[in-house]
Design a protein around this ligand. Structure first.
Ligand code: 6R9
Length: 650
């Protein structure tokens, strides 16, 4: 795909794991060999890390691809694995969640506390008529009740569908209707950017159009006034008064655990369905392996929202099944000040931090003096997820958060994959800034060309998965044919992830962004990620987004949007000079073919609510079109800022 650029972005820096971490790592290099020799045996051993009520008969049934069944005949309860077994083993007093509200209020929940609340919530759901197999929609802020609600559903075998609290009434309505949810769990609101942000009115609007909903359970968080209907029940009057005893009943390994909707760029949302045994096996093992989590001593913090898959797998199911102590934060990173994240790391002595490139680049823009003002000495491992991380952002993360020494795990995966697939192992892999490196043991990924042929080292193409994996999506809810068409039709017998990737000379994998975002310039495929990384490698640029705009001579031309770092002067002539310098910088770094036709200096970039850059909207700006659908934008005023521009020119 990027033959014009292959190997032009010469990243030669490499960092071996710290010796002490390598010596005590949860997982060693042997795992790769073990899994290569017997992949199903390897996954069966990881499944044994869980507590099963009934042993499986067969590890994988792949007799009707692409419909997989893992741990066939096995039975377990997910909530039992996340809570009861820790309490039964005498670890009930261990802190499960150090919760920090945005206004600064805090709660500490031990495993015993979380267990009791989950049992009460399970009893309350049963009392509301929820049975195994029913769907429950969850629309909550980042409060402990979000985890409790998910675990209570898992406990009674109800399938949860968490909808991110920032989504509109329309988005919520579509998701409730698609899954015919019987109950909605919400709150009066949550705190965002220093003030209460209401949720209940959105639910009221949605539920008015959702006849399947019988009850709405409402957590009181902000105390703001809410409208009340016959379907509504307060959480504190229903859950907190319910009996605290509840016996978790085991469910089949393939029992539906949750549906999570992915937005997609154009089409209607897809309800990605995950099931019980395989999902928990891989979510749990990857938490243990990739984060080297030591439940007795580590304090883990994943900054994602529970409304995204990262929150499902790496706040709820992965960490809790391992008995981890974690931090959960309700609010935004700049409330009440830009050091809030670092203050939290310092306060709770966080040792493992898992965050997103968009946040790292925002921190770069704010300046390194902010993290420098806090004691980050408790940190020992850093993670990244959500987008390709540019080498300069990776280096900044290592330098200014990781004391120039900590390992970084850049983890590639998707809502559809359920758990981490491609990532360094922190005690094994010699990392390269910007590369997700190699598939985890038990995962068979490859980069293939248009014809589905594996590309040689140094080549680029499409990322695929060649073998089924335990936490793979089982289907799109209610739409098997769309499942087949979207993921299994592009290449015979392979899962098509929709991402471009290349293999470097050592065979390590570099993600190049969504294939829809690849540009075709004078007959050459050029990845947006590589040009963005070249721009971010310039000291004056904090963040960049690149798109291909129609061009009469070259087919597509590269148009870049760049956010200058903190104090850079971008007014008038200084701006023009910087733009000229940046165009030449890209040409020098990647080759003349990648020189942007146009660079615009902007204060912000349009992002989805999960922090991914929306290049589609930038393409509209670059081609002087009116803007397409902006409903999934995190902040719709951003597009006005960009269109009016801080500076532009060729
Ligand atoms: C976990 C999550 C999935 C898409 C995926 C890819 C991008 C995620 C990445 C990455 C490069 C990484 N992505 N992690 N790209 N390097 N480490 O984000 O799930 O919201 O479904 O998005 O995100 O493009 O295909 P989801």
């Amino acid at each position: 795909m990027s033959e014009a650029l292959a190997n032009l972005l010469n990243e030669t820096r490499q960092f071996p794991p710290p010796a002490e971490l390598a010596a005590n790592a949860n997982v060693t290099a042997d795992s790769y060999a073990e899994a290569a020799e017997d992949r199903l045996g390897f996954w069966a051993r990881q499944a044994e890390r869980l507590t099963w009520a009934k042993q499986w008969d067969e590890v994988l049934d792949w007799s009707h691809p692409p419909f997989a069944k893992w741990f066939v005949g096995g039975q377990l309860n997910v909530a039992y694995n996340c809570l009861d077994r820790h309490v039964e083993a005498g670890r009930g007093d261990r802190v499960a969640i150090h919760w920090e509200g945005e206004p600064g209020d805090t709660r500490t929940l031990t495993y015993a506390d979380l267990h009791r609340l989950t049992c009460q919530a399970a009893n309350a759901l049963t009392e509301l008529g929820v049975e195994a197999g029913d769907r429950v929609a969850i629309y909550l802020p980042m409060i402990p009740e979000a985890a409790v609600a998910m675990l209570a559903c898992a406990r009674v075998g109800a399938t949860h569908s968490v909808v991110f609290g920032g989504f509109s009434a329309d988005a919520l309505t579509n998701r409730i209707q698609d899954a015919s949810a019987k109950v909605v769990i919400t709150a009066d609101g949550g705190y965002r950017r220093g003030k209460p942000s209401a949720l209940k009115p959105t639910v009221d609007e949605a539920v008015a159009n959702c006849p399947s909903v019988e009850h709405v359970l409402v957590v009181r968080r902000t105390g703001e006034e809410v409208a009340w209907s016959a379907k509504d029940r307060w959480w504190h009057e229903t859950v907190e008064t319910a009996a605290p005893e509840h016996t978790a009943q085991p469910f089949d390994a393939e029992h539906p655990l949750f549906i999570l909707y992915t937005s997609g760029t154009t089409a209607r949302p897809k309800g990605i369905l995950h099931t019980t045994g395989g999902y928990l096996t891989q979510a749990s093992w990857t938490t243990h392996a990739v984060f080297d989590l030591k439940p007795e001593t580590d304090v883990y913090w994943c900054t994602a929202d529970i409304g995204w898959v990262t929150g499902h797998s790496y706040i709820v199911y992965g960490p809790l099944s391992n008995g981890a102590t974690q931090v959960m934060y309700e609010g935004t990173p700049d409330t009440p000040h830009k050091g809030r994240f670092w203050e939290i790391v310092d306060k709770y002595k966080v040792s493992i931090l898992y965050t997103a490139p968009t946040l790292i680049r925002t921190m770069m823009k704010w300046g390194e003096e902010i993290p420098a003002g806090f004691d980050l000495s408790s940190l020992r491992l850093l993670g990244s997820v959500g987008e390709p991380i540019n080498p300069e952002a990776w280096m900044w993360y290592r330098q200014h958060v990781g004391k120039g020494a900590l390992p970084i795990v850049d983890t590639w995966w998707q809502t559809e994959t359920g758990a981490i697939m491609i990532s360094p192992l922190p005690g094994v892999t010699e990392t390269k800034p910007g590369s997700a490196m190699t598939p985890l043991p038990g995962v068979v990924a490859d980069v293939v060309d248009d014809q589905g042929q594996s590309v040689p080292n140094g080549g680029g193409g499409y990322l695929v998965l060649r073998e089924p994996w335990p936490s793979m999506l089982r289907t799109i809810w209610g739409d098997d044919s769309r499942f087949i068409e979207t993921y299994w039709s592009r290449f015979e017998g392979m899962y098509f992830a929709g991402d471009g990737a290349k293999k470097d000379d050592d065979g390590h994998i570099w993600l190049l962004g969504r294939v829809d975002d690849v540009m075709l310039v004078s007959g050459h495929n050029i990845s947006t990620t590589e040009v963005e990384s070249a721009l971010v490698s310039h000291p004056s640029v904090a963040e960049a987004a690149v798109v291909g705009a129609t061009d009469p001579t070259t087919g597509q031309a590269i148009v870049a949007f760049a956010i200058p770092r903190g104090t850079t002067d971008v007014t008038g002539e200084a701006g023009e000079k910087l733009i000229a310098e940046l165009r030449n910088h890209v040409a020098r770094t990647l080759g003349p073919i990648a020189k942007p036709r146009q660079i615009m200096l902007v204060p912000e970039l349009p992002k989805t609510r999960s922090g991914k850059i929306m290049r589609r909207l930038l393409r509209d700006v670059a081609e002087n079109r009116s803007l397409g659908d902006v409903t999934t934008l995190q902040d719709s005023s951003v597009m006005d800022l960009i269109s009016s521009g801080m500076g532009g020119g060729k």
